[in-house]
Every structure is written in C-alpha cells, then in structure tokens.
Write a protein that binds this ligand. Structure first.
Ligand SMILES: [Zn+2]
Length: 402
C-alpha cells in the first residue's frame, strides 16, 4: 500500500471519511481482503483511497476478476440486436446532442468492456477502436460486434500517433490510479477540437446498502464538482454534464451516475471545492448506513429465533461482498446457515465462510426452509429465479424488500 497526495490539487491535507477494515471480494478460489480507507482532500474535496493498493496488487485483483468468472464464452450470442433503450443508447444520444461535429467521428473507448457502447458509433458510420484488459470481453466485442479491440491495459504507445475526435471511459476513470496523468495522455491523443467523455458513479448520491458505497476497486469517488474540476485542471472545459438528478427515470434502473463531455481547452477555468458539502454528505451516509444495519440486525434476530425453534435449513443466495458484509456486521451468523447459493460457476463447490456454495439447480434437492436474497441491485431479479421455490414451502426473505 502507498500513501498518495490529492491527485486533483496536489495538496497532502486530507481526512478519513469512511473506513472498511476488511473489504472482501470473492475471486472464486480465494477471498481477496484489504482495509479500504477513503479520505477527502480538505482543499478541493476530492475523495480517494489513501493508502492506495500498489500497481501489482491492482493488476492481480483485476486479472482474477475477469468476466470469465461470470459467463461462459461458449454461450456468447452470435449476434445481438441494437437496443435503442439501453444505457449505451442514452450515452450515444448524449454525446451526439452535444458535439459540434457529428460526421464520421473517430472514437477510442478505454476499457471498452463487451463493446456495447462502441457498437453504436460503428453502426452509425463512425470509426472506432477499443482497448480492453479482459481477454473474454475483447473477444466478445470482436466476434459479436466486429469491433477493432486491443486486448491490453491502457498504454499510450498502443495508439501511437493516432488522433481521435472522442476518447471515452465508461466506469473506468474511478479505477485509475493517476487520473490527472490519464487526462494528460488523453489530451495528447485528441484532435484540436477533440472531446473526452467520462461516466462514473455519482458520489453526491451514494447508494445505501450492506455493500458500502466505496468499493475496493474505486480509487477515486467523484462528485459533479470534483469531476468538473479535475477536467479543468487537466486542460479541458466541460460542455455538458448529466447526472441521475437530471433524469430520475434512469436512476431507477441504474445506480447514481455522472455523465460528462468536455472539450480540449487552453483557457484556465477555476477549480471549485466540494469539501464542506461532500464531507457533510458522507457523515450523513455513515449515520444512515449504521441505522440500516441496526434495523436489519433486529429484524434478523427475530427471524433467527424462529429458525432455531424450527431447526430450519437456511440458505443465502449470493456468495460475494454483500454476504460478507452481512456476516461481518453480525446480521447473519455462519451458525445460522446451511450454505450459499450462487449462479457463478466458479464459486460453486467452493467454501465461503466455512459453508459450501451450491448452484441454483441444487436447491430443489436440498429443499431449504428459507432462502435469504443477499443482494441490493439484483434483489428483484434473484427473486424472479427464487420465487418458484415458494410453492414448495420455502420462505424467501428479501433484505431490502424493495
Ligand atoms: Zn485536493
């Protein structure tokens, strides 16, 4: 772990706003665990991990977190229809509404994932290129969408002297260890009239749940103010900003986001501070989260009395960070549990908190008395898979009851 200064303003004057002593990540064959401390810069309000994981540790974690864990490349669809209502369609529209030239753009997507963003540009006649560290994702983007993708972590040499009209990063920028340096590189790769497009989680509206808002991989947590300021500090000028506050219809579907388009600029604009506002926000966040945990603890202790009286077979659906947080906070106890259920084939058959992880297909045979759905954002979709067991008398328990 290394101590870092504020990447935005360069000052070394910060205070801790959130500490997770043991943030755990299930990587299939091991539980990756680190203390994660998030601090706020008292000068500009930028929120960041301090200390930060070293490069080799980050590379190790991401190499094991690849999507091969979740999907089997053999089942990848041959051709996917363009979904005009998807997140990527909204991102494409946002960019096209705000750039001055919409003809034959050249677009580079750093961390292009499955290529669902870039394909909108390709299918609308623009030139595209992607860089993606996951082998599976780059293969998918090439074979399903026919995209030009380099399978690598980002290195400036990969694009040589090529210049782009747009460089995009979707849910990538918060993972980068030196965002100012990244923006300087992007500035070099852009045409004089070029734009950078960034989408990150919106820390102005931190979501509330057992998985704390600060994830192990998010080295930086941006608000609309700090993302604007860092772009200004790196020689850009914001052209358009959209957040979940502007489009409540989107925020129901996804977690809070900031979408920002900025243009290369030679005019220095002021850097704004978000310190007071952000600090107050996260003090409230911490208090509200503690209350949620306490409330759920009471609810589960009542459930536990019932389970123990009936000698119930209790299973938890989800063997990841969410369940780890529930166990660490003593909402769930290992002694309550028969085992875990997870649809990730790389988890199945392995142990988690001393209990076995089973595939959903094994539920019928086990016939649990009760299944706890341990997920925040997938609670409803897991319920869809789990509700058929209710007919056999299995009680399904939602943690959030959305
Ligand atoms: Zn700062």
């Amino acid at each position: 772990m290394k101590h870092v200064k504020c990447n935005l303003c360069g000052k070394d004057d910060c205070e801790a706003i959130f500490r997770n002593e043991k943030h755990e990540l299930n990587l299939g064959d091991e539980i990756f665990s680190r203390e994660v401390v998030n601090v706020i810069c008292k000068n500009c309000g930028l929120i960041y991990n301090n200390p930060q994981m070293e490069q080799d540790e980050l590379a190790y974690m991401y190499a094991k977190m690849t999507r091969e864990l979740e999907f089997d490349p053999g089942t990848a669809p041959k051709k996917e229809k363009l979904d005009q209502k998807s997140l990527e369609a909204n991102q494409y529209d946002f960019i096209m509404r705000n750039v001055s030239n919409t003809e034959k753009l050249s677009v580079l997507d750093i961390g292009c994932s499955l290529g669902k963003f870039l394909r909108f540009f390709k299918e609308n006649g623009h030139g595209v290129m992607g860089i993606e560290p996951s082998k599976y994702d780059s293969k998918y983007a090439r074979s399903v969408f026919g995209l030009d993708v380099i399978n690598s972590i980002f290195k400036k040499e990969l694009v040589e002297a090529r210049k782009f009209d747009i460089v995009a990063m979707n849910y990538v920028f918060e993972h980068i260890d030196n965002p100012m340096k990244m923006l300087a590189n992007i500035r070099d790769m852009l045409t004089d009239e070029g734009y950078v497009y960034i989408e990150v989680p919106n820390s102005e509206n931190p979501f509330m749940g057992f998985c704390d808002y600060f994830s192990i991989g998010h080295l930086y947590s941006f608000t609309p103010t700090t993302i604007t300021s860092i772009l200004r500090a790196a020689g850009f000028e914001e052209i358009a900003v959209q957040t979940d506050n502007d489009s409540p219809e989107d925020s129901e579907k996804t977690f809070p986001y900031i979408r920002i388009l900025a243009k290369k600029s030679n005019v220095a604009k002021d850097i704004l501070s978000d310190y007071q506002k952000s600090k107050a926000k996260f003090e409230l966040y911490k208090k509200t989260r503690d209350e949620l945990i306490e409330k759920t603890k009471i609810r589960f202790s009542e459930l536990r009395n019932g389970w123990q009286q009936k000698d119930s077979k209790v299973m938890v659906w989800g063997a990841g960070t969410h369940s780890s947080e529930m166990i660490k906070n003593r909402v769930l106890k290992e002694t309550d549990l028969y085992g875990f259920i997870d649809s990730n084939p790389h988890f199945q058959g392995k142990m988690f908190y001393g209990k076995q992880i089973y595939a959903p297909a094994e539920i019928e045979k086990i016939a649990p008395d009760c299944i706890v759905l341990s997920s925040q954002f997938s609670e409803n979709s897991i319920y869809m898979s789990a509700k058929r067991y209710e007919e056999n008398g299995t009680a399904i328990i939602k943690v959030y009851d959305q």
